[in-house]
Design a protein around this ligand. Structure first.
Ligand code: SAH
Length: 217
């Protein structure tokens, strides 16, 4: 047995101090957050801050979300393991990596090339082969691969993009921050037997969702 590295210790502390006390209880979510090496998804210069209780810059004016927010959005999808999940806003790749440990396949879309190039390198390094990614405006979804059992949008938009509601399976769950450019409601949309319900989970602040069904650049 090798002894735990300082990264492992920081990661365990993140789960014990930031996630569990705030109500993250889903075992699969906690397991994934304990597994994925978050420090590899930020620049080396910031690696020591990777497990802190805050978002961090990832370049191109974007951010990797605070660990608690990643866990909250992941838990809201209630994944069992068989699902195909769509993520809009790959960014660092961290959220996609967490999801990939808990479902069959992750499809992730990013609009900024440089970010996706870097995220893909980390997926390869970790051998996370069930993540498929592409560059596009994710507000239009990924029609060729729809429907998705879960959809998570990691940037904030003025409304829930209609194509994403259409591309959600039944039953299916979609999590998205909706609001203005300063504050959003983290909304959970559920599709069950043709019925759609929406509830607010939390107030959050995300970078802008830019696209035809989002904010204009
Ligand atoms: N899930 C990311 C969070 C990154 S921040 C992580 O774990 O690091 C949100 C990301 O959404 C940014 O990288 C931004 O470029 C991207 N984004 C914004 N609008 C988008 C759109 N319409 N389609 C795809 N990506 C988008």
């Amino acid at each position: 047995m090798t002894s735990p590295s300082p990264w492992d210790i920081n990661r365990e502390r993140m789960v014990e101090e930031q996630l569990i006390p705030r109500g993250i209880h889903d075992e699969a979510t906690l397991r994934a957050m304990r597994t994925v090496p978050r420090h590899l998804f930020v620049d080396d210069a910031m690696a020591s801050a990777a497990y802190g209780d805050h978002p961090l810059p990832i370049g191109s004016g974007q951010t990797i979300s605070q660990p608690y927010i990643v866990a909250l959005m992941t838990q809201a999808l209630a994944l069992k393991g068989h699902e195909r999940v769509l993520e809009i806003g790959t960014g660092s790749g961290y959220q996609a990596a967490v999801l990939s440990r808990m479902c069959r396949k992750v499809y992730t879309i990013e609009r900024i090339d440089a970010l996706l190039v870097r995220a893909r390198k980390v997926f390869d390094r970790l051998h996370y082969h069930n993540i498929i990614s592409r560059i596009d405006d994710g507000t239009a979804g990924w029609p060729d691969e729809a429907p998705f059992d879960g959809i998570v949008v990691t940037a904030g938009g003025p409304k829930i993009p209609e194509p994403l509601i259409e591309q959600l399976a039944d039953p299916g769950r979609l999590v998205i921050p909706v609001g203005d450019q300063f504050l959003q409601e983290l909304q959970l949309l559920e599709k069950i037997k043709g019925e759609i319900s929406v509830k607010t989970i939390e107030y959050v602040r995300f970078v802008n969702l830019i696209g035809i069904h989002g904010w204009s650049a």
